[in-house]
Write a protein that binds this ligand. Structure first.
Ligand code: HEM
Length: 106
């Protein structure tokens, strides 16, 4: 849905302090988010994840709509001691939009 993707691009402004997407994206404070949808957590080459994110990845955490939405709603509640310093997206529609935006980047 192109409208959702456009809305998600606006929501993603909150993420840009730490994350890049698209061609030429680089790891910054947070990992590059290209292709994150549908992938196991903690897999970006060259990014040093927290111990809890690495452990969740070993336990098989995969970023689908449900898991991404739960993480983005309240990162610290979903994965205590993960190192994403972000309060979260409280509105379901903002989470859905930013997920649609992320899905537009393989
Ligand atoms: C991790 C999304 C905002 C810093 C992640 C991951 C996702 C994500 C999907 C997991 C990546 C993976 O498993 O490879 C988002 C979105 C944001 C946002 C959609 C905005 C709505 C931020 C902000 C910061 C940040 C503002 C910095 C202040 C990080 C860090 C990690 C991370 C450091 C690694 C966490 C760890 O290893 O424990 N983010 N993020 N993110 N993000 Fe964000």
């Amino acid at each position: 849905d192109p409208e959702m993707v456009a809305k998600g691009e606006k929501v993603f402004k909150k993420c840009k302090a730490c994350h890049q997407v698209g061609e030429g994206a680089k790891n910054r404070t947070g990992p590059v988010l290209n292709g994150v949808f549908g992938r196991t957590a903690g897999m970006v080459d060259g990014f040093k994840y927290s111990k809890v994110m690495a452990a969740a990845a070993d336990d098989g955490l995969v970023w689908d709509h449900e898991t991404l939405s739960a993480y983005l709603e309240n990162p610290k509640a979903y994965l205590p001691k993960n190192k994403m310093s972000f309060a979260g997206l409280k509105k379901e529609e903002d989470r859905a939009a930013v997920i649609a935006y992320l899905r537009s980047f393989d």
